[in-house]
Every structure is written in structure tokens, then in C-alpha cells.
Write a protein that binds this ligand. Structure first.
Ligand SMILES: [Zn+2]
Length: 111
């Protein structure tokens, strides 16, 4: 996904993005950052997919289903996503290991 242009993504609203397929240029996947879903085969099951990772990285959206990863994992994922543009490991040191949540999420109301 690192060579996918950010401009090829359509921002529908605060939480919804249309992200192009890397392999099928005419296919667009719908990424819902609020619920952590994507319409691709992997994301459709609720898994955190590369399209969600792309939106997370490029549009700074937080996903509740993003895997909690270590500093080493974050750096490896960033190398995969950004290639030679990836910052060094120290850049990722201050990021939280867990409890990544969207500050705009709506609390669940119980009756
Ligand atoms: Zn996806």
C-alpha cells in the first residue's frame, strides 16, 4: 500500500473512506474507521486489514481493532507501509502500546 497515492482515496465523511484495491484498480473498498471495518475480504470479517492500516497511517484515524503492538512491531509495520520513507525506531517510542481508541467515539448508552 506504500505506493498508493493518498489522493486516490475518497473521504466520504469523518469516518468513511473509499480506498483503492492495490491489485484491482477498478475496485474501491469502503473503510469505516468508527466501527473498524473494511469491505475487502479480510476486513469484512472484522480483521484489521491493510486498507485500515493505510487510512490509519495517512489520515491519522484510530481503529479500535488495530492490534496492540510493540515498538519493534510498529517499526516493522511502518517499514512495510512506508518503505524508505519510514522514520527510525525512536519515532515510534512514545506511541502507546495499548488502549488505542478514537477520542471521537460515542460512549455506549445502557438502558
Ligand atoms: Zn481492507
Amino acid at each position: 500500500m506504500r505506493d498508493v497515492d493518498t489522493g486516490s482515496v475518497t473521504v466520504v465523511d469523518d469516518y468513511t473512506f473509499l480506498v483503492p484495491s492495490k491489485t484491482r484498480k477498478s475496485t474501491m473498498y469502503t473503510v469505516d474507521a468508527q466501527f473498524g471495518l473494511c469491505s475487502c475480504p479480510a476486513g469484512h470479517t472484522g480483521a484489521f486489514c491493510k486498507h485500515q492500516a493505510f487510512v490509519h497511517e495517512r489520515f491519522k484515524e484510530a481503529f479500535q481493532n488495530a492490534p496492540a503492538v510493540t515498538l519493534e512491531d510498529r517499526h516493522k509495520l511502518a517499514v512495510l507501509a512506508l518503505g524508505p520513507k519510514c522514520p527510525n525506531k525512536d519515532f515510534f517510542r512514545d506511541l502507546q502500546d495499548q488502549d488505542v481508541c478514537d477520542s471521537r467515539s460515542v460512549p455506549i448508552q445502557r438502558h
